[in-house]
Design a protein around this ligand. Structure first.
Ligand code: E4P
Length: 213
C-alpha cells in the first residue's frame, strides 16, 4: 500500500520522510491554514523534500476558478496533484484537468456513487473520508469496501486514497480492504510502529546480553 502523510507541517514531513515509508503528501485548506496559510510557499517547500505526489487543494468553488487555480498550482512542481471537491464544478474541472494531463485528487467523497462519477471523469485519486463518516454514526470502512468492489468491476486507473484516517485500526482495515493509498496524520503513522511487546522484548534481549558479559 502506498503511504501519504496528511499534513502541511514541514518539520513533520521531513522527519517521517527520512524513515523511508512515505510516498507522498496530502494537504487541505485547513492544514495549510494551520501551517501559516501560504499555500504556494508550503507546497514548494514540500516538493523540495518529498519525491512523490503532493496534493494541493483549490479554494475556488466554481469551474473557471478551479481551472485557473489548479493550473497555477500544477506549475509549482510536476509532482503536484490538484485536489478538487466532489461537486458538479469539481467533476467538470476533473474532466478538464484529465484532458490537460494534470493529475487530480477528488476529495470529500462520502458515497460510492460519488467515487464512481469522479473515476468516470478521470480522477487520478478519489479520497473517501472514513473518520468523518464515523463521526456522524456511519461506518466509513463500509464505504471503502463498496468503492473497492465497484472499481474492481471496471478498468478505472483511479486510485482509492483512504482519507480521514483517525486510528491504527482504520489503517489496518484499509490495507486489508486492498486500498491503493492511505493518507495518515503523522501521529497515526508513528502509532503504527509501536507495540509494547517490542519494547519489552528488546529490553529483555539487551539485559540478557549484558548479564552474560
Ligand atoms: C486528506 O486528504 C483529508 O483532507 C484528511 O484526511 C481529512 O482528515 P480529517 O477528517 O481528520 O480532517
Amino acid at each position: 500500500m502506498i503511504f501519504f502523510i496528511d499534513t502541511a507541517e514541514i518539520e513533520e514531513i521531513k522527519e517521517l520522510y527520512n524513515w523511508g515509508i512515505i510516498d507522498g503528501v496530502t494537504t487541505n485548506p485547513s492544514l495549510i491554514a494551520k501551517s501559516g496559510g501560504d499555500q504556494k510557499k508550503i507546497i514548494t517547500e514540500i516538493a523540495q523534500i518529498v519525491d512523490g505526489p503532493i496534493s494541493a487543494e483549490v479554494i475556488a468553488t466554481d469551474y473557471e476558478g478551479m481551472i485557473k487555480e489548479g493550473a497555477e498550482l500544477s506549475k509549482i512542481h510536476q509532482n503536484v496533484v490538484i485536489k478538487v471537491p466532489m461537486t458538479v464544478d469539481g467533476l467538470k474541472a476533473t474532466y478538464w484537468f484529465n484532458k490537460n494531463k494534470i493529475r487530480t485528487n477528488v476529495t470529500l467523497v462520502f458515497s460510492a456513487n460519488q467515487a464512481l462519477l469522479a473515476a468516470k471523469n478521470g480522477a487520478s485519486y478519489i479520497s473517501p473520508f472514513i473518520g468523518r463518516l464515523d463521526d456522524i454514526g456511519q461506518t466509513g470502512m463500509e464505504l471503502i469496501k463498496e468503492i473497492k468492489i465497484m472499481f474492481d468491476h471496471y478498468q478505472y486507473s483511479t486510485k482509492i486514497l483512504a482519507a480521514s484516517i483517525r486510528s491504527t485500526q482504520h489503517a489496518k482495515d484499509v490495507a486489508l480492504a486492498g486500498c491503493d493509498v492511505a493518507t495518515m496524520p503523522p501521529k497515526i503513522i508513528k502509532q503504527l510502529i509501536k507495540h509494547p511487546l517490542t519494547d519489552i522484548g528488546l529490553e529483555k534481549f539487551l539485559a540478557d546480553y549484558k548479564n552474560s558479559l
